[in-house]
Design a protein around this ligand. Structure first.
Ligand code: NAD
Length: 397
């Protein structure tokens, strides 16, 4: 069938298998063009199919030659419904890994459940023995608590008072004001349950208890801080509370992992276009301005450049891992540079529907968004017939 993008709100409901493969191959080529990473040997990546988790998996496998077990929640194709992008990405990743002779296994299911954790542990025991890196890169809208069965839904809202600021509809280029009403206590609690550190801790506890973490194993989760203009909706909002919890969890996990000579960290990453970040109001306009300023200064990075730098200059640089005064790894250092933030803020105040193209990289944002789903990728014939039914080799019965 011929596959075109279809939108429902900020979500694209179709994905293109060849475009996704091309995007994954490009990330792999980037890593292969760089010096090898003196990194993990066997890695478990939770949230491995898109965004930062996929890029972490690619750096581990193609930079360090690591065997990987990737966990994600994606949908295969059915009838004339395409699979999700993360499904096609993983199929492409496994295919490339097989060509390179690198072991890659995957599990598709709910990472928040006890069942999936047990499946992962059994697979690690059988296929890897132990892992020496655990990347926790989930971004999810909902979580069913594995012990109580309670369903939690995360929200992205400010806390205390309503927040009004500029936002952009990146499909139409319309810049408008958006007001987001504050969250109630229940919504804050739910968001912490979904995006906080409890599940990360459950993973590390289960892996430790099963004896499948190698001596010196490390675990890393991802966070975001960003500029003051987004603080009310991000860092000081519901999601920020969840990130506070995640960062506090890192300290507890670090103490547990130190008993086997390991460590746990949170890395603060750059704001980038992913399926999760494009759904947050205000943030797409900030990212469009940031992209423009960072591209003009030759400092722009995507997920793969960020993760390559995280592995080579922070996690596996050879010395003690550099952290800030709060113990966080900062790979958002370029985004947060004074000159970049000053320029973005000036443009933020000036930007409107008329000068959007001049001041921001809204086109880059839009294109990156389409590419998340395998569309607008160079060298793909989007008029050609493609088979949407693509298998992930390791998930074949
Ligand atoms: P993403 O949406 O691209 O990826 C989310 C991953 O989680 C996917 O692999 C998805 O399949 C998986 N997933 C979701 N629910 C699941 C479930 N129940 N079970 C198993 N897998 C599930 O997100 P992303 O933007 O790469 O975010 C990853 C992490 O990085 C998050 O912690 C996010 O806060 C953080 N981060 C993102 C940005 C950004 O700008 N995108 C910046 C800094 C930090």
């Amino acid at each position: 069938m011929v596959i075109k993008p279809k939108f429902r709100g900020f979500i694209c409901t179709t994905a293109h298998p060849e475009g996704c493969e091309r995007e994954v191959r490009q990330q792999i080529e980037f890593v292969k063009s760089k010096p090898a990473v003196n990194g993990p040997k066997k890695a478990l990546i939770i949230g491995a199919s898109t965004g930062y988790g996929l890029a972490s998996r690619i750096v581990a496998a193609f930079g360090a030659g690591a065997e990987t077990l990737g966990i994600f929640f994606e949908r295969p194709s059915s009838g004339n419904r395409t699979a999700t992008a993360g499904w096609y990405n993983t199929a492409a990743f496994e295919k490339a890994a097989a060509e390179a002779g690198i072991k890659a296994l995957s599990l598709n299911g709910d990472a928040f459940s006890d069942e999936l954790k047990q499946q992962a542990i059994e697979l690690i025991k059988r296929e890897f023995g132990q892992v020496d890196l655990v990347v926790y890169s989930l971004a999810a809208p909902k979580r069913v608590h594995p012990k109580t069965g309670e369903l939690f839904s995360s929200v992205i809202k400010p806390i205390g008072q309503a927040f009004t600021n500029k936002t952009v509809d990146f499909h139409t280029g319309e810049v408008s004001e958006v007001t987001i009403e504050p969250a109630n206590e229940e919504e804050i609690r739910h968001t912490i349950q979904v995006m906080g550190g409890e599940d990360w801790e459950m993973w590390v506890d289960a892996l430790l208890e099963a004896g499948v973490l190698a001596d010196g194993a490390i675990s890393i989760a991802y966070s975001y801080i960003g500029p003051e203009i987004t603080h009310p909706v991000y860092r000081e909002g519901t999601i920020g509370r969840a990130k506070d919890h995640l960062e506090a969890t890192a300290k507890e996990l670090d103490a547990k992992l130190q008993k086997i000579g390991g460590h746990a960290w949170v890395s603060v990453n750059k704001a980038l276009v992913t399926q999760s970040s494009s759904a947050i109001p205000v943030v797409p306009l900030y990212i469009s301005l940031l992209y423009r300023v960072m591209k003009e200064k030759g400092l722009h990075e995507g997920c793969i450049e960020q993760m390559y730098r995280l592995f080579t200059e922070r996690l596996y640089a050879g010395g003690p891992v550099p952290v800030d005064e709060k113990g966080l790894i900062r790979i958002d250092d370029l985004e947060m540079r004074d000159d970049i933030q000053r320029e973005v803020l000036e443009r933020w105040h000036a930007v409107n529907g008329e000068n959007l193209n001049e001041l921001s990289d809204i086109e880059g944002f839009r294109r990156d968004f389409f590419r998340l789903f395998g569309f607008e990728s160079d060298g793909v014939d989007y008029e050609a017939d493609v088979n949407p039914d693509v298998k992930i080799p390791s998930l074949q019965e």
